[in-house]
Write a new protein. Structure first.
Length: 417
């Protein structure tokens, strides 16, 4: 279905109103980036006494992120991207041994549908906000995975897409976006330059830039990672969760998601300790956690982990707060460590992750070494994007395959080596 003025009017979906996280000012549902009073971030307002489903009701619903629709910022049925989410939670005993913890799992968003990263979740929320608000063009500022996701979801919906990325990204991110036929624009500059430009673009053209003027809706999609982890563990929470950070939205929404399920009594116990991971060449949120205080010091990124290369993260302060207040911490790892992390996940878990997954695995090892994860812990690693998107990172790190003639004795020679 293509949104035209007549079909927009027929969309059976409305977006929830918004409230400023800092000053509490209320805003009607709209494509608006920040609070008009204080420039603070906006969150959707939910009806506190709305009917909530129990475990059995949720478990009977289709396996997508919409099974938790009462905690997503809409009234009515989603129009687009109804099949995104509900990725596997993979138990990883070999990883648990390497970390020295009781049990470990990988939340495997490398197979999120349709574009192989957790960004499909936030775009599923963002594109439905666009539908509810009557917008026929969506877009984003992206470090790569969000570009892939916006392009794929827009193509399926028949919406126009304008996507802005830094000039230098991996081929998998660029081609894996262009293939869907959006307008893709490479900007000479860092992600932070791209993001500033997109704020102006959203104002000038009135498009729905999912992580700019639809950000209040978009961010809520990340909470579904927490809901799925809780449900897939048999309606309980792990003791610790390790997740990658770029803008810091996923990390802060994990806290909100676990908090909401605890509040709804769908799970019991304490919220998990949240641990954030970044590459040391771009670690402004890790440095804030280590330093203390309440202000990000922006950095110029220097790392092969381009997906996490945000020097001035919009939700960095909230992510740091989520880590401190749950008793967690943060860790930064070198590019060499992140490549080793990608190999570890592949060899020990059978999951091929992009650079952000390598950062997360390597950070978990560092946190275990420093005693922040211990023998009683049940740990979930959020592995958020597929490794085929960043082949450049591991090209030099894998063994070269021998070439043989189609003769048994040449294989026998290899076996005997
Ligand atoms: C693969 C991957 N993981 C994690 C993140 C971090 O997301 P957030 O910006 O919500 O911190 C990103 C962001 O681009 C990403 O591409
Ligand atoms: Zn405000």
């Amino acid at each position: 279905m293509t949104l035209t003025p007549s079909t927009i009017a027929a969309v059976p979906l409305t977006a929830r109103p918004l409230r400023c996280r800092n000053c509490g000012a209320d805003h009607a549902a709209a494509p608006v980036a920040v609070c008009e009073q204080c420039l603070g971030p906006l969150d959707p307002v939910y009806e506190p006494d709305r009917a909530l489903p129990d475990r059995t009701t949720i478990a009977r619903r289709a396996p997508s992120l919409w099974r938790y629709r009462e905690w997503l910022p809409f009234d009515g049925d989603p129009v687009w991207s109804r099949d995104t989410g509900f990725t596997p939670l993979v138990e990883a005993p070999a990883l648990a041994r390497r970390l020295g913890v009781a049990r470990a799992w990988v939340k495997n968003d490398t197979v999120c549908h349709p574009s192989l990263s957790f960004k499909d979740r936030v775009v599923a929320a963002g594109i439905n906000a666009a539908a509810a608000l009557g917008l026929d063009t969506i877009g984003c500022a992206s470090t790569g995975n969000l570009a892939n996701a916006v392009a794929a979801h827009a193509a399926r919906a028949g919406l126009k897409a304008w996507i802005f990325i830094p000039e230098e990204l991996e081929a998998g991110k660029v081609i894996g976006t262009s293939i869907y036929g959006p307008r893709l624009v490479r900007v000479r500059g860092t992600y932070d330059d791209v993001n500033r430009l997109c704020a102006q673009v959203a104002d000038r053209f009135g498009w729905g830039m999912v992580n700019v003027n639809l950000r209040g809706y978009y961010g809520e999609g990340s909470k579904t990672v927490a809901y799925e982890i809780a449900e897939q563990l048999g309606w309980r929470v792990p003791t610790a969760v390790v997740a990658p950070m770029a803008g810091g939205s996923l990390l802060s929404k994990l806290r909100k998601g676990f908090g909401e399920f605890l509040e709804a009594r769908l799970v019991d116990g304490r919220p998990p300790r949240l641990y954030g991971a970044q590459a040391s060449g771009c670690a402004p949120i890790v440095r804030l956690v280590e330093r203390g205080g309440d202000a990000i010091e922006p950095e110029v990124p220097r790392t092969i982990c381009r997906s996490l290369a945000i020097g001035n993260p919009a939700d960095g302060v909230y992510a740091a707060r989520a880590m401190r207040e749950t008793g967690g911490w943060a860790a930064a790892v070198s590019d060499a460590e992140l490549v080793a992390g990608i190999r570890l996940l592949a060899e020990e878990v059978g999951v091929f992750a992009e650079t952000a997954g390598g950062v997360t695995a390597a950070a978990a090892l560092a946190l275990a070494r420093s005693g922040r994860l211990g023998p009683d812990d049940e740990v979930v690693l959020c592995i958020t994007g597929h490794g085929l998107k960043t082949l450049e990172a591991v090209q030099g790190a894998v063994a070269e395959a021998p070439v043989v003639a189609p003769r048994l004795r040449e294989v026998a020679a290899l076996v005997e080596q």
